[in-house]
Design a protein around this ligand. Structure first.
Ligand code: G1P
Length: 292
């Protein structure tokens, strides 16, 4: 069955970026000239997703507005003959792609956020994308690489990357036969283990393709790491019933939930931006010379 629906959990408070995220959703923070959520949406749409399901909270109105039309802005751009900008503003989503928004009333964890979308997904496989994780897959996006594995195996797929042993407490960590990587059946998965308890140094990044069975399993798990309903724990239960694959994707992931990762992403995307790259490189060289 084709995967056409994607869930974007965007209800988080973004406390790591306060005060920037006091009134603005963290997913709306720009990397050069596009908000983080737009990169995730573009990755999903280019991989064949046509239904976008956002799990939001009260302070996230800007996300809905971003993917909606803006009559006042569009009329103004038409009046001023700014047709190139008009195209950019109008074509954020291609024809045939629809959006749905569901409120997660209180932050209860990623598993709970995903579960909130159950009524929209029904009995279909679906993708989950966390906009915090900005992934430059080069020629083939991370989600497209996962779709390829899904098509071949018809099983759920989780994206992973190698992480430092000291970082395991920030990630879901998979137990896999490391000799089989970049694609291996997951034997176990644990949310944010201490380094000495981690089953490997492959950490889950924010891309999943999941079978709908996961919804029933989320309903039956209890609070896990951080007192939250963890998607990782539901996947661990799913493993007892069916195979789930870990894919070590090709590409570079930026952890835009952290200040350093966000700055790195900004640098990397500015350095490959068609209008900016040249000038930005010069500025950067200037800065570096001053520091020497
Ligand atoms: C979530 C997941 C975690 C995963 C991470 C990837 O954690 O719970 O398993 O490794 O995303 O970014 P969070 O970063 O939301 O705490």
């Amino acid at each position: 069955m084709k995967v056409t629906k994607a869930i974007f959990p965007v209800a988080g408070l973004g406390t790591r970026f306060l005060p920037a995220t006091k009134a603005n959703p963290k997913e709306m923070m720009p990397v050069v000239d596009k908000p983080l959520i737009q990169y995730a949406v573009e990755e999903a749409v280019s991989a064949g997703i046509t239904q976008l399901i956002f799990v939001t909270s009260s302070s996230k109105r800007a996300i809905e507005d971003h993917f909606d039309s803006n009559f006042e802005l569009e009329s103004n751009l038409i009046e001023r003959g700014k047709f190139e900008l008009l195209e950019i503003v109008r074509n954020i989503l291609p024809e045939g792609v629809s959006c749905a928004y569901i409120r997660q009333k209180s932050p209860q964890g990623l598993g709970h956020a995903v579960w909130c979308a159950k009524e929209f997904v029904l009995n279909e496989p679906f993708a989950v994308l966390l906009a915090d994780d900005l992934i430059d897959g080069g020629k083939k996006s991370c989600l497209q690489q996962m779709m390829d594995v899904y098509q071949q195996t018809n099983t759920s797929v989780v994206a992973v990357e190698k992480i430092a042993q000291t970082e395991t407490k920030k990630y879901g960590v998979v137990d896999v036969d490391v000799t089989k990587m970049p694609i291996a059946v997951i034997r176990g998965i644990v949310e944010k283990p201490q380094p000495d308890k981690a089953p490997s140094n492959y950490g889950v990044v924010g891309r999943y393709i999941l079978k709908p069975r996961i919804f029933d399993l989320i309903e039956n798990i209890s609070q896990g790491s951080g007192g939250e309903i963890q998607l990782t724990d539901a996947i661990e239960t799913l493993l007892k019933e069916e195979e789930v694959y870990a894919l070590q994707f090709k590409g570079k992931r930026y952890d835009c939930g952290s200040k350093l990762g966000y700055l790195e992403a900004t640098l990397a995307y500015a350095l490959k931006h068609p209008e900016l790259a040249q000038d930005f490189k010069h500025s950067l060289q200037g800065f570096l010379e001053c520091m020497e």
